[in-house]
Design a protein around this ligand. Structure first.
Ligand SMILES: *Cc1c(COP(=O)(O)O)cnc(C)c1O
Length: 409
């Protein structure tokens, strides 16, 4: 039998463990994995009524699935959003949030510093469908203001941004965008819902790659779109159901269980990231350190205003590509990988990987130098990470090329 409802609101840690669970009549402790594509009906009438909407019943896992629904309910509760739809990847979340809302003739304004595939959607895909797009430097309110002199239907922004951790003033941009008639879609992957709640500052839609911190253990792909019930049901859902952005119930289940430890993992990873950022500032080989909660970050005040922690990523620059490559190759614990938000610390050289396709000019505008590296801080002992980084910096600054990476562990 269901317990009476808890006195609300539950705190985030409790929500992450308990919100959204639908127990079956078998009274299982853990959330059940409904690995089924379809559902059966008691009668032809029930089937008819399900399709007309008179009866509540699952139909088909492209439309909805109990495990996926548990994930959606948990994420909506955590975000403080009315509704959520989970998607197969983070990019399915971003693209469906945009494509479901837009039509030919519309105009989109986006911050320049976006995840690579988000940048491609704005710069290349949308214009093919007759949607005008414009990029602005996300940190420059004058550019946002100028862009909003013409009608605009949708704003896409990411804060902190990938990879240089620049911030966008959420409150200011949401206010300007709303006056121009646009909805604001925030890609909140880097901050996570624990460190930043964009809707509190006026965002209409928040999107996530669940592949990152939500799973947090580098196993499955997933995404999520959160917004008002009306927008999700009337605008997003017809698009996601009919184009087929559904997440696999198995992936949803893995992410649902991953969420149970999010409130332990993200603060721990952020604490280590802050310690590493501070340690990097002391090193003469490091030209620049970017971390929102470092007093030296040009938007430190804004970071304190709209985030409750600096996040799990640190970006920093060495002198050039050769130094960056020597440093990466000399690491013995941290892995070279373009993923992020994992329990394992991962490092990448954006200029030759995630941002190789944007070209040198755009990279320069984004502040991504050939010596820049992006570190996603994991759950290892921070002392091991600090020692690994320090030793690799020593090795990279020496004249000897780094030896071949051995197996570690
Ligand atoms: C990873 C990522 C995405 C895309 O998510 P996928 O799950 O890889 O499709 C979008 N935005 C940001 C900021 C990301 O880090």
């Amino acid at each position: 039998m269901a317990k009476p409802a808890a006195p609300h609101p539950l705190r985030p840690a409790t929500q992450l463990v308990r919100s959204g669970q639908m127990r079956t009549n078998l009274d299982e402790t853990s959330e059940a994995l409904f690995l089924t594509s379809g559902f059966v009906y008691d009668s032809a009438l029930q089937a008819e009524q399900t399709f007309t909407g008179e009866a509540e019943h699952f139909q088909y896992s492209r439309f909805g699935n109990p495990t996926v629904q548990m994930l959606e309910a948990r994420l909506a509760m955590l975000e403080g959003a009315e509704a959520c739809r989970a998607t197969g990847t983070g990019m399915a979340a971003v693209s469906s949030a945009m494509l479901s809302h837009l039509k030919a003739g519309d105009r989109v304004v986006a911050s320049r510093a976006l995840f690579g595939s988000c940048h491609w959607i704005v710069s290349t895909l949308l214009p093919r469908y007759g949607i005008q797009t414009e990029f602005v430097d996300g940190g420059d309110l004058n550019q946002w203001e100028a862009a909003f002199r013409r009608p605009c239907q949708l704003v896409l922004l990411e804060t902190p941004s990938n990879p240089m951790l620049e911030l966008v003033d959420l409150k200011a941009v949401c206010d300007l965008a709303h006056k121009a008639g646009a909805i604001v879609v925030v890609d909140n992957v880097f901050a996570t819902p624990l460190l930043q709640k964009p809707m509190k500052f006026g965002a209409d839609v928040v999107v996530y790659s669940a592949t990152k911190h939500f799973d947090g253990q580098g196993r499955v792909m997933g995404g999520a779109v959160l917004g008002s019930r009306k927008w999700i049901e009337e605008v997003l859902q017809p698009f996601t159901r009919n184009t087929g952005t559904a997440i696999s119930p198995f992936n949803a289940w893995v992410i649902l269980k991953g969420l149970e430890t999010l409130h332990l993992r993200v603060p721990a990873m952020s604490r280590s990231a802050a310690a590493i950022a501070q340690m990097l500032e002391e090193r003469s080989e490091v030209v620049q350190v970017c971390y929102p909660y470092l007093a030296s970050h040009p938007q430190y005040e804004l970071a304190k205003k709209q985030m409750s922690g600096g996040g799990t990523l640190v970006s920093f620059s060495l002198k050039g590509k050769a130094e960056a490559f020597r440093f990466l190759d000399a690491l013995r614990v941290i892995d070279i990988s373009n993923n992020l938000g994992d329990a394992k610390s991962l490092i990448t050289h954006p200029a030759t990987t995630t941002h190789s396709k944007v070209g040198p000019e755009e990279r320069a505008r984004l502040g991504i130098s050939d010596g820049a590296v992006r570190l996603s801080v994991g759950l290892e002992d921070v002392e091991d990470l600090v020692e690994d980084i320090a030793a690799a910096l020593d090795a990279a600054s020496g004249d000897n090329p780094a030896p071949v990476r051995p197996q570690h562990g």
